[in-house]
Write a protein that binds this ligand. Structure first.
Ligand SMILES: NC(=O)c1ccc[n+]([C@@H]2O[C@H](COP(=O)([O-])OP(=O)(O)OC[C@H]3O[C@@H](n4cnc5c(N)ncnc54)[C@H](OP(=O)(O)O)[C@@H]3O)[C@@H](O)[C@H]2O)c1
Length: 276
């Protein structure tokens, strides 16, 4: 555990990827409320503009809008260059952008699959690589990587790379915490369960969580709040939300042929029902 005093918020702006909706948008709102300037990254520029207008009006936040496709391997360096040009320094990096593929591995071109790995794993890594050195130099900062309880699923058929890349993000975050302890920078992996965002509007994902009582579905605001709380307390891995905690416990205590395979079956069933 890194010691970061909750009374001294990290200085510098908060860079949030996937800020155009869901959990990322709530992270951006929360961090603007806490007084951070924000750098908003996603593909849907119009959404980012709306959010920036809201934050500028409510909190007088300085917002930098950076439309970018994180499947493009060059996006992280372009983001760093734009941040430099705006003379902003990043004190909080929230790697949140993500997608839930709804397709089997061989049903997409290789470039598409490689793009998924970029969005979910390589872009977060690259952004940490680019922005962590200045945080360490200042002795202050927070890296928050949004993973998923899916990091503990033993297989995610029809969402092929989801579980693997989410597990990658958790291990990467934990490793950074052990490589750079006591340097004033916290490393947090936030692992939400089912959360009410646009992901649930997708045909297979929506069907896969059908029957989950609404009371068990977390709000994106709560996920952002919990993630930020853990970052402020020094970082670590946090599984959040009722379904997150229940699923995590189930996967830990039941044998894989019961726990993990039940999830795999549910994904396959939802996919078959959707695609006939
Ligand atoms: N909702 C859940 O139940 C749940 C559960 C566990 C984990 N998570 C994780 O939480 C994170 C946020 O997801 P969410 O639930 O908030 O879903 P969401 O509302 O669909 O948000 C996903 C965000 O990622 C951005 N994004 C996707 N592909 C991108 C790309 N190629 N380049 C740049 N940005 C991209 C999207 O922006 P644009 O489309 O504008 O580019 C959007 O802002 C993801 O990492 C997700 O895996 C969600």
């Amino acid at each position: 555990v890194v010691s970061v005093s909750p009374e001294t918020p990290a200085d510098g702006a908060a860079l949030v990827t996937g800020a155009s909706s869901g959990i990322g948008r709530e992270f951006a709102r929360l961090l603007a409320e806490k007084g951070h300037d924000v750098v908003l990254v996603a593909r849907r520029e119009e959404r980012l503009r709306d959010l920036a207008a809201e934050l500028e009006q409510r909190h007088r936040t300085r917002c930098l809008i950076l439309p970018a496709d994180l499947a493009d391997p060059e996006a992280p360096e372009r983001i760093q260059a734009a941040v430099r040009e705006a003379e902003m320094s990043i004190g909080v990096l929230v790697n949140n952008a993500g997608l839930t593929p709804e397709t089997r591995f061989l049903d997409q071109p290789w470039e598409w699959q490689a793009g998924v790995v970029h969005v979910m794993a390589l872009a977060p890594l690259h952004l940490v690589y680019l922005f962590l050195p200045a945080m360490l130099e200042r002795g202050a900062g927070h890296i928050v990587n949004v993973s998923s309880v899916g990091a503990w699923y033993t297989s995610t058929p029809t969402q092929t790379l989801y579980g693997a890349t989410k597990a990658f993000v958790v291990r990467f975050t934990q490793t950074l915490g052990d490589e750079y302890p006591g340097r004033g920078v916290s490393f947090t992996a936030v692992c939400p369960g089912v959360t009410q965002t646009e992901i649930l509007d997708m045909p297979v994902s929506g069907r896969a969580v059908k029957g989950v009582p609404q009371a068990f579905i977390d709000s994106p605001r709560k996920v952002a709040e919990r993630g930020w709380e853990v970052a402020q307390a020094g970082g670590g891995v946090t599984v959040v939300g009722p379904t997150g905690k229940l699923t995590f416990a189930m996967l830990r205590f039941l044998p894989d042929r019961i726990g993990g395979k039940a999830i795999a079956k549910r994904l396959l069933y939802a996919y078959a029902k959707t695609h006939g």
